[in-house]
Ligand binder design. Sequence first.
Ligand SMILES: Cc1ncc(COP(=O)(O)O)c(C=O)c1O
Length: 398
Amino acid sequence: MDNQEIIEYNEYLFPTYNRFPIVLDHGKGVYLYDTDNNEYIDFMGGIAVNSLGYGDEGLIKTVTDQVSNLQHISNLYYSKPLKEAAETLSKATGFDEVFFTNSGAEANECALKLARRHQIQNKSKDATKIISMNGSFHGRTYATLTTTGQPEYQKDFGPMLPDVEYVDFNDINQLKEKLGDGSDVAAVILEPIRGEGGVIPADKDYLKEVRELCNKTNTLLIFDEVQCGAGRTGEFLACDLYQVKPDIVTMAKGIGSGFPVGACLANKEIGDTLSAGTHGTTYGGNPLATAVVNYVVARLSNPELLNQVKENGSYFKEELNKLKEKYPELIKDVRGEGLILGIELTQAPGEVINKNLENGLLTISAANNTIRFVPPLIITKEEIKKGIDILDKSLATI
Ligand SMILES: Cc1ncc(COP(=O)(O)O)c(C=O)c1O
């Protein structure tokens, strides 16, 4: 794109994003094509969204069948897709009940409201505090922006939601101290594998200890699996890697594979706190969205696909480790599980990401020092190798 084209594309938009200078037109599998038909291999999957890649035939059929039949009816009526998606998601996660939303932020809003209401009604009227993690990311609405422990995102948007406090991720002593006897705390919220904040997995013992502390202090534990869930780690829920169950889990991104959806899940005892009229959404759970969720979740919870994610994720990580050996002055660390991986660089990631784009590979940053890899979950070893070779070529020119 030349400068004039960029100005034209931006003309009627809030300047919220610095977009890369390409106009994407269509996709197939893990490949995207721009309006000049240049091919890009996609290692970022629409930011961990396009779990089934582009042009999945079953997804196209699901959407077209459902849109020709019934798209939206409001939450005042039942629909079959709603029933089916709720059941499929409940079986895939092991949680009894779900509230469908349109995005990850809304799923987290629901989780935070649910946690406070449940604790105010069942623990104490003072149990309203939410403990979140420094460096986390939970969304851009006020409650989720507040729980997002990154002051630069909150700057000039204050005041934030009251009664939210922060501790360092993977530091159990800080959490223990902040919780105290837990009498004024509603919930702890964290991402089992931090995505936007640098691809940082929770330590195994840490999550277990967080669970124990929450149990001891009657504090609800919320896992934000908006990015790391939906099969991305090779388990349907990332917390299953850790064998730690939260009280509330949120999902979005991958469960829609490009369709805007989210979900907040809990067991009945907690979920039933949101009795009729206490929470709502116009679009959440509409027949079109839930037909998609039902199809996508059935695909993503298939053990064959999950095993493939695990195997291909290990291969991807091995290849990244080889690059770390080859470029020790550039790559400091390789992190992640399954197909949520990252390389921490010794410099800001922008230069490598721009080179990747020029060379036909789409990648994305995380924090201010990491390149994140969250490709479609259907990616094959050959496609991973192809992208790795491009990354190698980019790193060689830095
Ligand atoms: C962990 C996590 N939570 C919440 C969100 C917010 O989701 P959405 O952008 O769909 O509102 C994101 C988005 O990147 C995320 O990564």
